[in-house]
Design a protein around this ligand. Structure first.
Ligand SMILES: *Cc1c(COP(=O)(O)O)cnc(C)c1O
Length: 433
């Protein structure tokens, strides 16, 4: 069945480290041979053997409309005819910036870049430049791209700063990064009492999608915001994954429903805003954003930033998601997937729980939803791997690692969801034996 995938993987491993250009694609956590994608359309992709899969990764979030949406395809083809890259400004960049700002009112200005990593890294430099402070605070289990200062795990105590999680990151580079437990208000307050006046920013994934799917509690977000205001640190929402994925106004809109008037100071975006092309952004209040070069002293630049083909793709994608009822339909389908899986797990007598917001979801072999990274990491790996491969065999592609979220697209049909739920039901039965 997977001969051609295997052949390609062997060939890839000779010329690309691990055979992949981003580690999770190698199936290291789940074992087996990665599927090499030949083509994709709507909710499906076909691997090198021509086998079809229902795709719940969607390029890790960007493909919110599904693959090859006709309006997006047309926009990209049209833009490509006018040129791939100029290194000079274009009207389309202005249009995309205006479209983003119209949907996310906490931002007055936005700068376009090419990847989420670049956006997060630049946001931190700007926060440091704007506040004149060096230290930053992040939370365990949140991923903000692979900039050196962010590849860090918690130190041994609140007064100590983090340790690098990657070789090649000198300890001195992460000595300004404080790492705390997600959703732990007491630890947050203690850390602010010790270091609040030295903090340039607090960065968070408001709904963490890089430890499966874990929401920051409303009181936690509220307290983060209050402490940032009190101590003069910037509260940065990393919405690279959640941006335009969970709601038209992104995760900050979801929190503003419970915390009236809530706005982060800065927002980092990626994934959906590029619709599958390399495009990301960071933005915030005018006074902060005007610290960026060429207006201010904080340097930031990019040869391909605001790329004309990528901005066309992003604009066409944002136009589709702005249509009435888009998120209602997406959210309904995502909830129906999770409740379908829950019903099958219940039938099989398996501990299971799941959660979703808009087109983003997660599920766990737990009775209750976890609140932090340490709990997520107690997931039974063997169980997850059986589910993963069971689904893969049955033509359903979920993330090949238990600490990743899943994604629904507008192209998924109720029939796709029913097929997925039935496939999971088969595997749950095997697991319960
Ligand atoms: C994907 C992701 C990033 C990194 O984006 P890249 O485009 O992969 O560099 C940063 N933050 C979050 C929350 C993400 O999900």
């Amino acid at each position: 069945m997977t001969d051609r995938n295997l052949e390609l993987f062997e060939r890839a491993k000779r010329v690309i480290p691990g055979g992949v250009n981003s580690p999770v694609r190698a199936f290291k956590a789940v074992g087996g041979t990665p599927r090499f994608v030949q083509r994709a359309q709507g909710a499906y992709f076909w691997d090198a053997d021509g086998k079809r899969y229902i795709d719940y990764i969607g390029s890790w979030g960007p493909m919110i409309l599904g693959h090859g949406h006709p309006a997006v395809l047309e926009a990209v083809q049209k833009a490509a005819l006018d040129g791939f890259s100029f290194g000079a400004p274009t009207e389309r960049e202005v249009e995309l910036a205006e479209a983003i700002l119209a949907l996310v009112p906490s931002m007055d200005m936005v700068r376009l870049v090419s990847s989420g990593t670049e956006a997060g890294m630049s946001a931190i430099r700007l926060a440091r430049g704007a506040t004149g402070r060096s230290k930053i605070l992040k939370f365990e289990g949140c991923y903000h791209g692979h900039a050196d200062a962010l590849l860090v795990k918690a130190g041994s105590g609140l007064a100590t700063f983090g340790n690098p999680t990657s070789a090649g990151v000198p300890p001195e580079v992460v000595q300004h990064t404080l790492v705390l437990e997600y959703n732990n208000i007491q630890q947050l307050e203690e850390a602010f009492a010790l270091h609040g006046k030295e903090l340039a920013c607090v960065m968070i994934e408001p709904i963490a999608g890089n430890m499966n799917f874990v929401r920051a509690s409303v009181p936690f977000i509220k307290r983060c915001s209050e402490l940032c205001t009190e101590y003069g640190a910037l509260f940065v929402f990393d919405e690279v994954m959640t941006g335009f994925r969970v709601a038209p106004g992104s995760a900050q809109q979801v929190y503003a429903r419970s915390i009236p008037g809530f706005e982060p100071d800065m927002t980092v975006m990626g994934k959906v805003i590029g619709g599958g092309m390399p495009l990301a952004a960071f933005g915030g209040k005018r006074a902060v954003m005007e610290q960026l070069a060429p207006l201010g002293p904080v340097y930031q630049a990019g040869t391909l930033s605001g790329n004309p083909v990528a901005t066309a793709c992003g604009l066409a994608t944002l136009a589709e998601i702005s249509k009435p009822g888009f998120y209602e339909d997406l959210g309904r389908k995502t909830r129906s997937l999770i409740s379908g899986l829950q019903a099958e797990a219940d039938k099989a007598g398996i501990d299971f729980c799941g959660d979703s917001e808009g087109g983003m979801f997660g599920f766990f072999f737990f009775k209750e939803l976890p609140q932090n990274y340490a709990k997520v990491m107690t997931t039974d790996n063997a169980r997850f791997n059986t589910l993963f491969h069971g689904l893969l065999d049955r033509g359903v592609y979920i993330a090949p690692a238990l600490y990743e979220a899943g994604f629904m697209s507008a192209a998924h049909t109720d029939a796709d969801i029913a097929e997925t739920v039935a496939a999971a039901g088969d595997v749950f039965k095997l697991l319960s034996k």
